[in-house]
Ligand binder design. Structure first.
Ligand code: DX5
Ligand code: ZN
Length: 221
């Protein structure tokens, strides 16, 4: 698939979300951050808002569920039509069962890892997954600085994926901008979430193109 850009609307104008989505029509995905004020300290939106955005988005939806008990709540996001549903390893009780359920419902299954969660215990789960998400900030808020301490884990995750021979995508999320995307691409990421870097730009589409070009140059370097 190569490099993909998935802008997060977390720091967009929530009063006009459908208009904000129109600004990034050249991106590959629309990243929606669902937060429940339990798994993370912040509260955003849930399925009703996601359903409305699914109807209005020209892009496939990449749902990032920062919620407790994804085993119970995540399948509804796949049923609603999210093309990719990512749940957190720290929150899931039965990640294999949940990933299988998401795939059965027609979504790509993603597993997210917080900065302090190691990737190695999940190596044997790669055949059950379509994407690994290595968080590059503590989840909960947009606009936080990128944590360079996550780079070795991106490299180890890429090595595990390569060794598996599987086509699992490796996403990074948090503090991704023109000044941090290259080191993530060099480390092996291929799907890039960017919130504030895209939505604070006056020309959001141009920023998406810029991020994509920077990452591509590193992936092929
Ligand atoms: C953080 C969210 C991210 C966030 C990224 O918990 O998962 O998707 O919106 O925002 P930036 O790019 O501003 O760090
Ligand atoms: Zn996210």
């Amino acid at each position: 698939m190569g490099v993909q850009i998935s802008p997060s609307i977390l720091t967009a104008d929530f009063a006009v979300l459908a208009d904000e989505v129109e600004r990034i029509g050249n991106a590959d995905w629309l990243h929606l951050d669902v937060m429940d004020n339990h798994f993370v300290p912040n509260l955003t939106f849930g399925l009703p808002v996601v359903r409305c955005l699914l109807r209005r988005s020209p892009l496939p939806v990449d749902a990032h569920l920062m919620i407790d008990d994804p085993d119970r709540w995540a399948p509804a996001y796949a049923e609603a039509g999210c093309a990719s549903v990512t749940f957190h390893a720290e929150a899931a009780r039965a990640p294999v069962r949940l990933a299988r359920e998401l795939r059965r419902l027609g979504a790509r299954a993603g597993l997210a890892l917080n900065p302090a969660t190691p990737v190695e215990p999940y190596a044997d789960l790669l055949p059950e997954l379509d994407m690994l998400l290595v968080m590059t900030v503590e989840p909960g808020f947009g606009g936080q600085p990128f944590l360079p301490s996550c780079l070795p884990k991106i490299r180890r995750a890429r090595d595990l994926i390569r060794a598996s021979g599987l086509q699992v995508w490796l996403q990074v999320d948090g503090g991704i901008s023109p000044s941090t995307i290259e080191e993530c691409a060099e480390a092996g990421a291929d799907v890039f979430v960017a919130g504030s870097a895209v939505f604070s730009a006056s020309d959001a589409a141009a920023q998406v193109d810029r991020l994509r070009a920077l990452a591509r140059a590193c992936v092929h370097a």
